[in-house]
Design a binder for this molecule. Structure first.
Ligand SMILES: *[C@@H]1O[C@H](CO)[C@@H](O)[C@H](O)[C@H]1NC(C)=O
Ligand SMILES: *[C@@H]1O[C@H](CO)[C@@H](O)[C@H](O)[C@H]1NC(C)=O
Ligand SMILES: *[C@@H]1O[C@H](CO)[C@@H](O)[C@H](O)[C@H]1NC(C)=O
Ligand SMILES: *[C@@H]1O[C@H](CO)[C@@H](O)[C@H](O)[C@H]1NC(C)=O
Ligand SMILES: *[C@@H]1O[C@H](CO)[C@@H](O)[C@H](O)[C@H]1NC(C)=O
Ligand SMILES: *[C@@H]1O[C@H](CO)[C@@H](O)[C@H](O)[C@H]1NC(C)=O
Ligand SMILES: *[C@@H]1O[C@H](CO)[C@@H](O)[C@H](O)[C@H]1NC(C)=O
Length: 567
């Protein structure tokens, strides 16, 4: 039996005495999290806490979940989708050799997975519901008895029925006699320009009724996304947005409409330098009558960063965003506002932490795999920490299973990894990457004997710009060694360090360093120079750190991750 997440978190506390510092006493500063947590769906739990659901695309587990008591300090709860079971590609299968000798590359699911989904607690049955459209265009329902799980897939709402960018509502006034409440979902139908509302059956597992509530004529723009459905004081509200520019609020006396609209945020300049205009997100009531709009700003290479602002309700029953009123900044999203609630700092911080893995029985939720992991190829132990065995033979980082990632945090995020490399096999590559659709790493390559060398050798290398099609397609460039230094073949362990300037208005440069030996402290030797991080939006996700370990010749090798730290 697997230990609970709480056990894992408790164990994590032991690895770090770090205390997260709360934001300033009376004010908060945007972004709320300087980290890639897009598509937030925030809702209250029965425990009085707020829950923040986000997108994870092809990372596994999917649909990350955070919790806060003050809307500012967020801690990890876990994930609502334990494994991406939406197609073969999510397991990064190896290539197949066909009868005619040709090779078909293994499927991959980059940019698929979980995105813009929704979660609500339902008081009548005490269950938590998650609903999401995953690539490729199927809609699923999961439930759990607690936000920590266990989450279980309970329904599939039909092929090609994509509840795209959906919002779930538990209406306390039931639509049918004999029921306690009713589940409604609002979504952009299969990514088209109409917005539908669907009433689900009492058990949430099938569709009872669907109506199109907003059409292109209502909208006046060519599309609406990021749908949420709320019931506030007896009135139904849809919150959604025209991609890239405008958040709208729609209200009606019935979930089926007719809806009337007002812009909540139209081309409001964002609070993060170099970042985009916030438009998608959630409405949340911090305290009775005190409402906020949590949105996010597109700020690559870092990703999509959550930003918060208060809203006030007018006589017309619509909310208005509270914007900056000072000279020069009028009408922009505030950089800071008064705290919504008394600050409740967290005891466990994932943003700056150091793991030696020896006291853990399960990986903490801040660690996420690129695609589903091969469970048999990694292990946690008191002796070796985290052991990553190679899981794929490939020369393509994007086809390698068990790349383990961790979100970057802050304007200048950095990560350090200490690897025991004594069990590498010939041809193995292991290291620490800045990872997205264009990736680079510093690591070790174990080079087999060749025509010039009678023995295997070990090199510390920088490998730059492994690139896939940013729309999730083919590998465009495997990347290449840009610098290398030979180290003794019997070297037992190496430290690696990677830093980035993740600011949208920054240099976008990443740097790489290494140090041979077992000592905790000491200087890193720079290698490879600077790598310019990619700032395109189409991959959706921003850069994160990744522990890389794959075989180019044969399986059998492994590395022990003795330490992994972010700062
Ligand atoms: C959503 O609305 C469209 C257009 O009215 C319709 O074709 C589609 O079937 C609806 N979706 C569902 C799940 O009923
Ligand atoms: C809902 O009604 C309560 C009580 O009348 C009022 O205090 C509150 O401001 C209302 N909230 C909204 C969002 O209109
Ligand atoms: C408002 O905008 C001005 C001018 O850009 C800026 O100096 C100030 O920090 C902003 N204030 C808040 C509260 O965001
Ligand atoms: C942090 O720990 C203290 C002492 O154990 C506890 O009272 C408090 O509720 C904890 N805070 C959070 C946010 O969990
Ligand atoms: C590295 O692994 C080898 C083989 O398991 C072990 O003998 C050695 O003690 C380890 N070194 C460190 C620093 O953990
Ligand atoms: C051996 O060294 C020569 C000269 O540096 C180089 O051209 C050749 O590619 C090497 N052969 C192998 C198998 O690495
Ligand atoms: C990475 O590769 C892409 C695609 O080939 C290229 O356009 C880009 O300039 C490269 N970036 C770096 C920093 O080498």
């Amino acid at each position: 039996m697997k230990p609970t997440l709480l056990t894992a978190l408790a164990a994590t506390f032991l690895t770090s005495q770090t205390q997260v510092s709360a934001q300033a006493q009376d004010k908060f500063t945007n972004p709320i999290l300087y980290s890639d947590f897009p598509d937030n769906d925030i809702s209250p739990g029965p425990d009085g806490a707020f829950y923040f659901l986000s997108s994870n695309f092809h990372y596994s587990p999917g649909a990350p979940l955070l919790r806060s008591h003050d809307l500012i300090n967020w801690e990890w709860v876990g994930h609502t989708v334990p494994r991406l079971t939406f197609g073969n590609g999510y397991d990064l299968p190896p290539p197949t050799v066909n009868d005619d000798g040709t090779v078909t590359p293994g499927e991959r699911a980059y940019r698929g997975g979980t995105w813009a989904s929704s979660m609500r607690y339902r008081p009548s049955d005490g269950l938590w519901y998650w609903i999401g459209c995953t690539n490729f265009w199927n809609t699923w329902v999961y439930t759990a008895p607690a936000p920590e799980g266990p989450w279980e897939q309970v329904a599939w709402l039909g092929n090609e029925e994509c509840f795209y960018d959906n919002g779930l509502l538990v209406d306390d006034v039931p639509a049918a006699e004999g029921e306690e409440d009713t589940l409604y979902v609002v979504y952009t139908w299969s990514g088209q320009s109409v917005v539908n509302v669907t009433q689900l059956a009492a058990d949430g597992k099938s569709i009872v009724r669907t109506e199109t509530v907003l059409t292109p004529a209502d909208v006046g723009v060519d599309g609406l996304e990021g749908n949420r459905l709320y019931k506030i004081n007896g009135t139904y509200y849809i919150l959604n947005d025209h991609p890239g520019s405008t958040a709208y609020v729609w209200k009606s006396d019935s979930p089926w409409g007719p809806y009337e609209a007002k812009a909540l945020a139209d081309q409001v300049p964002g609070p993060v330098p170099g970042g985009g205009v916030p438009h998608q997100g959630s409405l949340v009531e911090a305290a009775p009558g005190e409402w906020y709009f949590m949105s996010f700003t597109w700020a690559y290479p870092g990703g999509r960063l959550p930003v918060l602002a208060p809203v006030v309700w007018g006589e017309d029953g619509f909310p208005t965003l509270v914007t900056n009123t000072s000279a020069g900044g009028e009408g922009s999203w505030g950089v800071s506002y008064p705290l919504p609630l008394p600050s409740q700092p967290l005891n466990y911080t994932w943003t700056s932490n150091s793991y030696d893995f020896t006291a853990l029985s399960e990986l903490p939720p801040a660690f996420e795999w690129n695609h589903n992991p091969d469970e048999s190829s990694y292990a946690l132990s008191a002796e070796a920490g985290l052991t990553l065995s190679t899981a794929t033979v490939t020369d393509d980082l994007y086809s390698a299973r068990n790349t383990l990632t961790h979100r970057a945090y802050g304007e200048f995020p950095a990560a350090t990894a200490w690897l025991n490399i004594s069990q590498l096999a010939d041809g193995d590559r292991a290291g620490l990457a800045v990872f997205r659709d264009r990736s680079s790493y510093i690591g070790v390559h174990k080079l087999p004997a060749d025509g010039n060398n009678t023995e295997s050798r070990l090199e510390v290398v920088t490998w730059f710009n492994a690139t896939i099609d940013e729309y999730g397609g083919a590998t465009l460039d495997l990347g290449a060694v840009t610098d290398s230094v030979e180290i003794p073949v019997d070297t037992e362990s190496v430290w690696f360090r990677v830093g980035m300037d993740a600011r949208a208005d920054g240099t976008h440069l990443a740097t790489f360093g290494y140090r041979v030996g077992v000592e905790e402290g000491g200087e890193f030797t720079a290698l490879g120079g600077e790598y310019e991080l990619y700032t395109g939006w189409a991959f959706f996700l921003g850069y994160r750190f990744a522990l890389v370990n794959y075989a180019t010749q044969a399986l059998g090798g492994s590395v022990d991750v003795l330490r992994f730290a972010t700062e």
